[in-house]
Design a binder for this molecule. Structure first.
Ligand SMILES: *Cc1c(COP(=O)(O)O)cnc(C)c1O
Length: 379
């Protein structure tokens, strides 16, 4: 049976193979494997695309988040607010740095952090908010930035899933995801909206001083060679990945448009199934559909996933356990039941195949199987 994958990296590569192969060959010829022209070129092209002053390429998205928090001069014990419904990296770096993660619940419609919950979680120790633009849609940044201004907090956007999404503010201005707070972080993991062929990530900022600090931290805390002004890390985007990303950046808007087209078709085909909830739209944000995530009643979710698998259709549960219930993050401050929305979502979410190469026929086939499943269970 033909398998329908979550992502189709092979199909995507084959469409741009000549350009990619020649970009890789150029790096091989140059032997500038680390740093060098390819990285600088991509960095500048990405700055132009995003409309942001500084892009700082690093080794991966998790490093980007860690370096971002290290750049803000936070002290052990300072509190950092993150949603409990996200990929672990968001809270992991907070914990690693000896900062205190304060988790909050999310909005049941958009899966992004609830502004009311953030407001309730602010204490005199709070120093930063890390909104996650989950599944490709920006969190309610208008309200989050206002809250941060009022309480003098830093905002570090986790834009690992939302590269290329846009957000429209009430005054009509439009910004790219990750370019609204003090720092934005993204990942170039192969399956992300803008993915390379290995690991990669970047920080975005308009602030010259933060940019300087972040660059220094990513390079062993060094500004002048072998003079180390602070404790840093070693985190670099390699030239091969940068060359690949520079080619793929030219296609990013097309990739996002293809994802949006596939999502609109899922919306249409699945609209009449009363048991499921389709992804909701935040009017101020475009949605780049890193994931197309439906909500299925708990009692049907795993059997639907099994049924789809039996028809060659892969699907994923992002994420099955909220942060506050993860073993490594157990904390006497939090119990099961404290974050009902996130806990509910972890029992009902199901992400369907979604990528830049998804055809109408495949969306129709997947949708029909979901319809068949519910026809069969409706007795
Ligand atoms: C992918 C991802 C990360 C981490 O990126 P890596 O490049 O894998 O380190 C962090 N946060 C979110 C929300 C992600 O989806």
């Amino acid at each position: 049976m033909e398998q329908i994958p979550m992502v189709d990296l092979k199909g995507q590569y084959l469409r741009i193979k000549d350009e990619i192969d020649s970009a890789i060959q150029d790096v091989l010829n140059s032997t500038e494997f680390v740093k060098g022209g390819a990285v600088t070129r991509f960095q500048h092209n990405f700055e132009t695309y995003l409309g942001v002053k500084h892009v700082i390429p690093v080794g991966n998205g998790t490093d980007a988040l860690q370096i971002a928090l290290m750049s803000l001069g936070l002290q052990p014990g300072d509190e950092v607010i993150t949603p409990t419904f996200t990929f672990i990296a968001t809270a992991e770096v907070v914990a690693l740095l000896g900062l205190t993660p304060v988790v909050v619940d999310v909005d049941p419609r958009t899966f992004c952090l609830s502004v009311e919950a953030v407001e309730r979680a602010i204490t005199p120790k709070t120093k930063a908010i890390v909104p996650v633009h989950l599944f490709g849609q920006n969190a309610n940044m208008e309200a989050i930035l206002a809250l941060a201004r009022n309480h003098h907090l830093f905002v570090v956007e986790d834009a690992c899933q939302s590269t290329g999404s846009e957000y429209r503010f009430a005054d009509g201005s439009v910004k790219k995801s990750g370019c609204m707070g003090h720092i934005g972080c993204t990942s170039f993991f192969p399956s992300k909206n803008l993915g390379c062929y290995g690991d990669g990530g970047a920080l975005f900022t308009d602030d010259d001083e933060i940019a300087q600090t972040a660059k220094c931290i990513a390079n062993h805390g060094m500004t002048v060679r072998y003079h180390h002004d602070r404790v840093g890390v070693n985190s670099r985007l390699d030239s091969m990945q940068a060359a690949i990303l520079d080619v793929k950046l030219r296609y990013l808007d097309e990739y996002i448009a293809n994802r949006q087209r596939a999502a609109a078709r899922y919306d249409l085909k699945l609209a009449d199934i009363p048991q499921i909830v389709l992804p909701a739209k935040n009017n101020q944000s475009t949605h780049s559909f890193h994931q197309y995530t439906i909500q299925v009643p708990t009692e049907n979710r795993d059997s639907l996933q099994h049924f789809l698998k039996g028809n060659g259709i892969n699907s994923m549960i992002y994420y099955p356990i909220p942060l506050h219930l993860q073993k490594a993050y157990q904390d006497s401050r939090y119990q099961s039941g404290d974050f009902p929305v996130a806990e509910h979502l972890s029992n009902v979410v199901l992400s369907l195949p979604m990528h830049s190469e998804l055809s109408d026929e495949t969306v129709d086939f997947i949708s029909q199987k979901i319809l068949d499943f519910f026809d069969g269970t409706q007795v």
